[in-house]
Ligand binder design. Structure first.
Ligand SMILES: Cc1cc2nc3c(=O)[nH]c(=O)nc-3n(C[C@H](O)[C@H](O)[C@H](O)COP(=O)(O)OP(=O)(O)OC[C@H]3O[C@@H](n4cnc5c(N)ncnc54)[C@H](O)[C@@H]3O)c2cc1C
Length: 428
């Protein structure tokens, strides 16, 4: 029987602790918060999109950074096994559009409760309100962790736990780190462990926001706040390089643009061109090519000849756009349709198919759904999750330099890498 310490009571850490305990080890799970799974609680807007039931081969197409690194862990513990785990432990699941899997209850708290029950059943010792401040390493072998009790602190109006002054050492044969990324810091993932790891020679790649809304100073954008567009095409350019092209749903906000399509595009943008200004180009009518759209507009103009442009295009667009589009096409919105020139009509069609928004950057990383970057995969054995630099030290979840799109893929990464880390820490 080994003494195994798991640091971080999020998705990856809880799964790692369960697996290590099932293998017959003495397991201690350390969490700085007063409760486990604070980030899991807010996932999927409180419903927790726990995994995705797509083919495992398709799964890897949804991983943006380092999909190959995940082959062993994901094939070893895939979505079927995750679903089986929850269902066998009395948490029924359902599969929705896009193969997204949720608890039948629609409550993320049921996912957390299930994990807590299994941790308890396997006699995992849980230390809450306990902050791991450092690692204990001798001759490149892990010996334990340094911990401190926590003191509550309010940061930006949110209550969180920070380390107290008194430190003590907890010994272990193996340590699994699952301390998360750097977003939504109030859930506990403050990035402290990255600093500790750098001290011991690990490389942490640049930390960037993934799945994040984008900001724009274009004056016409913020008044559209609340407008949701379905079935549009969005292309994102960094300079003249197209970094994303996708179809779906987006949302205007008081600061810029958001919604599923934008979050996905932002991950591709920040992966390749972090911090770069960009241009978003929206095709409001992707189902109609330029010629067909022009014919449709001509038909409308014919029908509403004595109406103003603004009124004549009201059937084509949401009301919030009927003034903005003429403005951007440089046509007076009150101009009678029968006075509109061919050039003006061409400009209108062009604007509808190429609505340009200047992007000044992303929202703050704290608002990201996922952190791009983390512990370099070059320094982690993908078949075991063990550090290549420090023997007996393992990694799980978002702290590794892997990230995926929305749809349950990021939690699947946490379950799979956590499971593998728990299994490997038991064997070596
Ligand atoms: C708003 C939002 C919605 C999301 N929705 C989904 C979704 O529906 N589906 C999906 O697949 N993914 C979703 N994600 C992403 C997903 O939640 C994360 O990728 C996943 O939770 C990562 O798990 P983790 O265990 O690696 O890290 P975390 O869940 O962040 O857990 C890390 C834990 O470590 C603890 N910790 C950190 N440092 C220390 C320390 N020094 N000592 C002790 N404890 C420490 C933290 O308190 C925390 O509890 C969402 C993310 C956000 C922000």
């Amino acid at each position: 029987m080994k003494d195994i310490i798991v640091v971080g009571g999020g998705a990856g850490g809880m799964m790692a602790a369960i697996k290590a305990a099932e293998e017959g080890n003495k397991v201690t799970l350390i969490e700085r918060n007063e409760k486990l799974g604070k980030k899991v609680f807010i996932t999927g807007k409180g419903r927790c999109n726990v995994t995705n039931a797509c083919d495992t081969t398709d799964f890897f197409n949804q991983v943006i950074s380092n999909p190959k690194f995940l082959y062993s862990s994901v094939y070893g513990y895939d979505h079927d096994m995750v679903m089986d785990f929850f269902e066998k432990n009395s948490c029924p699941l359902k599969t929705e559009r896009g193969e997204r899997v949720f608890p039948v209850s629609d409550h993320s708290s049921d996912i957390i409760r299930t994990l807590e029950n299994v941790l308890k059943k396997n006699h995992v010792n849980i230390l809450k309100n306990t902050y791991v401040t450092d690692l204990v390493i001798k001759d490149n072998v892990i010996k334990g962790v340094k911990v401190s009790g926590t003191v509550p602190k309010e940061i930006n109006g949110f209550k969180t736990n920070v380390p107290g002054k008194k430190e003590e050492v907890l010994n272990a044969d193996a340590v699994i780190l699952a301390t998360g990324g750097v977003s939504y810091k109030v859930t506990g993932s403050d990035g402290n462990m990255f600093k500790v790891l750098k001290k011991y020679g690990h490389t942490v790649t640049d930390l960037r926001p993934g799945l994040i809304p984008l900001e724009s100073d274009d004056k016409w954008v913020s008044p559209l706040s609340g407008l949701s567009l379905k079935n549009v095409n969005l292309a994102l350019y960094a300079g003249d390089k197209k970094v994303f092209d996708g179809f779906g749903e987006m949302l205007f906000t008081h600061f810029g643009i958001s919604g599923p399509l934008v979050l996905t595009g932002a991950s591709y943008l920040n992966k390749k061109y972090p911090g770069s200004k960009a241009t978003a180009v929206i095709d409001l009518k992707p189902a109609l090519d330029t010629e067909t759209l022009d014919k449709r507009i001509l038909r409308d103009f014919d029908e509403y000849k004595n109406k103003s442009l603004k009124n004549a295009i009201s059937g084509l667009l949401p009301s919030k756009l009927t003034s903005v589009i003429p403005l951007l096409a440089s046509i007076d919105e009150d101009k009678k349709v029968n006075e509109i020139t061919r050039e003006e009509r061409e400009s209108l069609v062009h604007t509808l198919k190429n609505l340009k928004i200047n992007i000044k950057g992303s929202r703050d990383i704290n608002e990201a759904i996922i952190t791009i970057g983390g512990v370099s995969i070059k320094e982690i054995n993908p078949s075991t999750m063990e550090s290549k630099l420090i023997s007996g030290l393992y990694f799980a979840g978002e702290m590794i330099d892997v990230d995926a799109l929305t749809g349950g893929f990021n939690l699947q990464i946490a379950w799979s890498t956590g499971h593998l880390a728990g299994e490997s820490a038991s064997l070596t």
